[in-house]
Design a protein around this ligand. Structure first.
Ligand code: BES
Ligand code: MN
Ligand code: ZN
Length: 486
């Protein structure tokens, strides 16, 4: 799709020739700068009760008189923030979807100011309105595929808007990639397949991508990761992808993504209901690859290393058992009391492996605990970090990307839960505070660098009628990584 901007005056808005025009009302009144005939149309609609000036309301107009656009959707944002602009644009695009409009434009109803965040918001909203999973569903209708999106803005905002469009387009592609990977069924999206996809991205951007197999992982001494993988007939992979956008010696940002391509729970098997959703348990890995794609597209001036431990968690005659003790790559031993707490077991070895890059910062991303879903629901991802600076940057990145996270505690007291009689630590504690206990477990492997953990169990996918991967937290991560440049 082409993304561009166009500088418009009040009269220009009515003269704009597009298939679909979304006009966002900033406040809860019509902007006085909106010129005739649109201003007259809207005033008429409001006075007849066809348009309520309340956040979330829309009005669809087909070939309105005196307006060049074939369709106009008026969408009320409630305020002028980029976040509200995003949801208003999203409502507008959904209303246009059925028309199959090829050229789409969006801007304020009037001549309000737009920033880079608004432009990014519009691109993300359109990407969301046009994404459709079709890969294994031949009966699905064709997805809406507009050819162009134009942001309507004022002269002084053009530069910022263009920057936002470029960033938004890169993030949208990364999000779409992560969604597609997440949505693929577990019998297709295997560790081997993920390794192939990483190689493909590497080829497209000339990146260094290594895909290690079981033998290499054994050699590295990743006893914890191996224990999770040993129950499955599907071979494990350990993916390391490196993007170099700065001098070789510059310490990289390292992203680690949980890549469980299916989580049955193992011997501590999960109940059958909704177990299908455990194909999304590689959402962390998918978001890390999506972020890599976005950063490489933007040619960011920094170094980035992406590490993905990936395997299935299955029960079988060879599966790891409750009570088994394994030796992690760090040398610390772990008593596996619950084989369903497998994410931390594959991540801990990846976190130890990360040490070799002398990272500036390490962020791991994982659909780690159902406790995090109980704590935060589906809006904020869980953020855990002992480093206030890193935590602040991730919180700010989440806000800027409309992909928010919420900081959770990591006090030493929570670590007591992991005491084991038979190893340096157990892999689970009691249920209360389960998301924190999981983070405390990971923390024991991160002494050598600044570190943060994102638990995306509640945000990486949706259940129910809109079941599917969300591509989160690609936006948050991309903003965070971009912030580490220069
Ligand atoms: N992948 C799951 C976490 C999960 C479960 C996310 C359901 C979203 C919905 C993870 O591997 C897991 O099973 N965690 C256990 C940990 C427990 C055994 C300490 C959980 O959260 O129940
Ligand atoms: Mn599990
Ligand atoms: Zn899991």
């Amino acid at each position: 799709m082409d993304f561009g901007h166009r500088i418009v005056t009040a009269q220009g808005l009515a003269a704009l020739e597009v298939d679909g025009l979304v006009l966002v009302v900033a406040g809860e009144s019509i902007d006085a700068t909106l010129g005739a005939p649109l201003a007259e149309l809207l005033a008429d609609a409001v006075s007849h009760g066809d348009l309520a000036l309340k956040k979330g309301k829309t009005l669809y107009l087909h070939r309105p008189a005196g307006v060049a656009a074939k369709r106009v959707v008026v969408s009320v944002a409630g305020d002028s923030s980029a976040k509200s602009f995003k949801s208003a644009a999203a409502h507008g695009f959904v209303a246009l979807k059925a028309s199959g409009a090829k050229s789409v434009a969006v801007g304020w109803a009037g001549t309000g100011a737009l920033g880079d965040g608004h432009a990014e918001a519009a691109v993300l909203a359109l990407a969301d309105a046009t994404y459709l999973y079709r890969h294994s569903k031949p009966s699905a209708p064709a997805a809406w595929a507009p050819k162009s999106l134009t942001l309507l803005c004022q002269k002084g905002d053009a530069r910022a808007v263009q920057a936002g469009l470029v960033r938004g387009a890169a993030i949208a592609e990364g999000v779409t990639l992560a969604r597609e990977f997440g949505n693929r069924p577990g019998n297709e999206c295997t560790p081997t397949w993920l390794g192939q996809q990483a190689k493909k991205i590497g080829k497209a951007f000339d990146l260094e991508v290594e895909v290690l197999d079981k033998k290499a992982v054994e050699k590295l001494g990743m006893g914890s990761f191996l224990a999770v993988a040993q129950g499955s007939a599907e071979p494990l992979r350990f993916i390391v992808a490196r993007y170099q956008g700065a001098a070789k010696g510059k310490p990289p940002v390292v992203l680690v993504g949980k890549g469980i391509t299916f989580d049955t729970g193992g011997i501590s098997i999960k109940p059958a209901g909704e177990m299908d959703e455990m194909k999304f348990d590689m959402g962390g890995a998918a978001s890390v690859l999506g972020t890599l794609h976005a950063i490489a597209t933007l040619k960011a001036k920094l170094n980035l290393v992406c590490i993905i431990p990936t395997c299935e968690n299955m029960p079988s005659g060879t599966a790891v058992k409750p009570g088994d003790v394994v030796t992690s790559m760090s040398g610390q031993t772990v008593e596996i009391l619950n084989t369903d707490a497998e994410g931390r077991l594959i991540l801990c070895d990846a976190l130890t492996y990360a040490e070799r890059f002398k990272p500036a910062v390490v962020v791991d991303v994982a659909t780690l605990t159902s406790a995090c879903v109980i704590a935060l629901g589906h809006h904020h991802s869980g953020l855990f970090s002992a480093d206030d600076g890193v935590a602040q940057k991730l919180l700010a990145a989440g806000q800027a990307a409309f992909d928010p996270c919420w900081r959770m505690p990591l006090d030493d007291e929570y670590g007591e839960a992991l005491k084991s009689h038979f190893a340096d630590m157990a892999n689970v504690g009691p249920r209360p505070g389960g998301a924190i206990t999981a983070a405390m477990f990971l923390r024991r492997f991160t002494a050598k660098y600044p570190w943060a953990h994102l638990d995306v169990a509640g945000t990486a996918w949706k259940s129910g009628a809109a079941k599917g991967a969300t591509g989160r937290p690609v936006g948050l991560l991309t903003h965070f990584v971009l912030g580490q440049a220069g």
